[in-house]
Write a protein of this length. Structure first.
Length: 178
């Protein structure tokens, strides 16, 4: 176990985007590396496109919820959620946001038009994995690697070859997207 790893990440999106799936992939990647992990989520009106917020703590923590101003990172699958959940981010924290074009005054660290890439792939549900691939590739000192996530996906989708191939393609798209 790597006792020095301590990361708190908020994953934000809306119902149907796969926020909880991304959280589970990250949690399993941490467990595979022998790192303790906590997760917690709120669903709200998720079935009707409402906000879904997930808290992920990787490392030696004693509770699952992330307090405002304490998150190391914010992964935002729906740009509109950024203003609502930015309060969780500490001043030195990172953001990875799904947006077509961040404004010139934006303080978004990393962005990708995951919606566009998902449509180009004919897989509109791939936004979550595109965003995850982007976070893993662009965030300095992220607790896991692209290979770790690929391993978890391969295990989870071992008997669903077509879905596994599409998922790996989306993850890699986010990892290599300009």
């Amino acid at each position: 176990m790597n006792a020095s790893i301590r990361q708190q990440i908020i994953i934000s999106g809306v119902g149907g985007q796969g926020v909880l799936f991304v959280t589970r992939l990250l949690a399993e990647a941490a467990m595979d590396r022998g790192i303790p992990v906590f997760t917690s989520e709120t669903h709200g009106m998720a079935q009707r496109g409402g906000t879904v917020l997930s808290h992920l703590k990787v490392g030696d923590f004693s509770s699952p919820l992330i307090r405002p101003g304490r998150a190391d990172g914010l992964l935002v699958l729906k740009e509109e959620n950024l203003s609502q959940h930015r309060v969780f981010l500490k001043s030195t924290g990172w953001t990875v946001v799904n947006t077509a074009s961040p404004g010139p005054d934006s303080d978004i660290d990393n962005s990708v038009d995951a919606d566009r890439f998902a449509l180009e792939m004919s897989n509109p549900k791939a936004v979550n994995l595109i965003m995850l691939g982007r976070a893993v590739s662009r965030v300095n000192r992220f607790f896991c690697t692209l290979n770790d996530i690929e391993t978890v996906l391969s295990r989870r989708l071992a008997h669903r070859t077509e879905m596994l191939d599409a998922s790996l393609k989306a993850l890699r798209m986010g990892h290599t997207a300009p």
